[in-house]
Design a binder for this molecule. Structure first.
Ligand SMILES: Nc1ncnc2c1ncn2[C@@H]1O[C@H](COP(=O)(O)OP(=O)(O)O)[C@@H](O)[C@H]1O
Ligand SMILES: [Mg+2]
Length: 253
């Protein structure tokens, strides 16, 4: 872990992160002002993702994420990539706030044009976490995890917010122990039919990388009743159809 006071962020090699993918001093200085507005005092570089020698929390297509301190507390700071096809972080900020209001997602605190300050979720990949679930109680734990995750999707469906990228849970869910956090609302929308439950269930039980593992852990054998329940839910997103879906995968009886 390498920690720097905020002012160092405009210097090499840190500027390579601040204005990724190209160092740009003018942009870096403008961005520093934004970080002061967010009361960020320190940046820390740690993580398996690297830019040069500097470790990051993560990198995506429109942003990268580093650890940042505000008043002695550590947060995840989402930094807009300068090659991003988004003008600002404000849309993602608004959509994340909506999710948060429904109790879903890593909590977001503040944003400027190029940054978003949010709760740092320290955890692991969804698939890697599931692989570690073995032995007595494995089925119960898996049920709990999948139930929590589907309930979060259900909440998003109910507020008419479609996440848009739940077809790849590996990139969009962080497991903090057995608690799943949905992240990255940059592609979310209020203008589409929400497909959170169906997309997530499709990944979990049918097409996703984790599907064979999830089915084995839950003891789900046949697809037919599940597909039928998904189709019903798609047609009518009622509480009743949601509960039926949970029953089909053995989460509730
Ligand atoms: N709040 C957070 N806490 C911990 N890690 C995060 C958080 N937000 C994002 N990450 C990590 O950073 C990576 C990139 O973030 P993401 O939101 O997917 O960026 P993008 O909007 O560019 O797709 C994620 O895959 C994840 O590993
Ligand atoms: Mg992403």
């Amino acid at each position: 872990m390498e920690r720097i006071p905020l002012d160092e962020f405009v210097k090499a090699p840190y500027i390579n992160v601040l204005t990724y993918p190209r160092p740009n001093l003018r942009l870096a200085k403008a961005r520093l002002k934004q970080l002061r507005k967010l009361s960020v005092t320190e940046i820390a570089f740690a993580g398996r993702t690297k830019i040069g020698r500097l470790g990051l929390v993560g990198i995506g297509t429109v942003s990268l994420v580093v650890r940042a301190s505000v008043e002695g507390q550590v947060y995840a700071l989402k930094v807009r990539r300068s090659d991003a096809n988004r003008e600002s972080m404000f849309n993602e900020y608004t959509l994340t706030q909506l999710a948060n209001a429904a109790g879903v997602g890593a909590f977001v605190y503040s944003a400027t044009n190029d940054f978003m300050l949010m709760q740092l979720v320290e955890g692991e990949d969804f698939h890697d976490h599931l692989k570690m679930i073995v032995g007595t109680g494995a089925r119960g734990r898996t049920r709990e995890i999948i139930h929590l995750l589907l309930n979060q999707c259900r909440k998003l469906d109910l507020i008419n917010l479609d996440h848009g990228q739940l077809s790849d849970l590996r990139k969009h869910v962080i497991m903090a122990g057995d608690t799943p956090y949905i992240i990255d609302f940059e592609s979310a929308s209020r203008d589409r039919t929400p497909k959170n439950v169906t997309t997530c269930a499709q990944y979990l039980f049918i097409g996703g990388r984790s599907a064979p593992l999830v089915k084995r852990l839950l003891g789900v054998k046949s697809h037919e009743p599940l597909l039928k329940a998904l189709k019903e839910y798609k047609r009518d997103m009622s509480d009743e159809n949601y509960v039926k879906l949970l029953a089909r995968v053995g989460i509730i009886i």
